[in-house]
Design a protein around this ligand. Structure first.
Ligand code: GAR
Length: 216
């Protein structure tokens, strides 16, 4: 099977990047991270990339007059590297419409909530405060909105009475590290088809009958 080229954009710790690098290195992912770009000079994600021998670039937003100009610089790097898929992994900036249009249905994002519930920031704490019994994470294609694009894969985790934003975040993060490589794998295998808001996954398994999660 053909191996696709990934460009990962990250602003911080980079644990999702690490999960992707590990899956790629283990041979379980027909995809290779070719470049990591960060808007934050000392993002740990850049260090993780370098440790894996992956090119790591800092692009300083302050060096550009507009968001469009910043995005053009990032797009130029991704274009030079000929990436097939752009993965946002804790990238804390909104992409401009020109970027989204240039990579339509070829940009994924991971979000630590069960979208469309809780878009935006600090969502694990919002889920606890709201009293939901399930939370989780979503990988979706990026469109022009904030966390609004077509949903590829989700994982649900229970929320317990003694949870805090921190304990719930940790439970969700473990699932993020499972579903992001899986979403990339489905893309690389050519199994995803976007039909309007829906992402159809060819050959996906399904739980029939009375399969359901319940909490408590
Ligand atoms: C992850 O929890 C990711 O879902 C979230 O930031 C964290 C990055 O962690 N992304 C967003 O909130 C995007 N709106 P990481 O740097 O360790 O991958």
């Amino acid at each position: 099977m053909k191996t696709i080229a990934l460009g990962v954009l990250a602003s911080g710790r980079g644990s999702n990047l690490q999960a992707i690098l590990d899956a790629s290195q283990a041979g379980s992912l027909p995809a290779t991270v070719r470049i990591v770009v960060s808007d934050v000079a000392d993002a740990h994600a850049l260090e993780r990339a370098r440790r894996h021998g992956v090119e790591a670039r800092h692009v300083d937003p302050k060096a550009f007059p507009t968001r469009e100009a910043f995005d053009r610089a990032v797009m130029a790097i991704l274009g030079e590297t000929r990436v097939d898929l752009v993965c946002l992994a804790g990238f804390m900036r909104l992409l401009t419409p020109a970027f989204v249009a240039a990579y339509r249905h070829r940009i994924m994002n991971i979000h630590p909530a069960l979208l469309p519930a809780f878009p935006g920031l600090h969502v694990q704490g919002k889920a606890v405060d709201h009293g939901v019994k399930f939370a989780g994470c979503t990988v979706h294609f990026v469109d022009e909105g904030v966390d609004t694009g077509p949903i590829i894969i989700q994982a649900a985790v229970p929320v317990y009475d003694d949870d805090t934003a921190e304990t719930l975040s940790a439970r969700i993060l473990r699932q993020e590290h499972r579903i992001y490589p899986r979403a990339i794998q489905l893309f690389a295998e050519g199994r995803l088809e976007v039909q309007g808001r829906r992402v159809i996954c060819r050959g996906a398994a399904r739980a029939e009958g009375t399969a359901a999660l319940m909490n408590p």
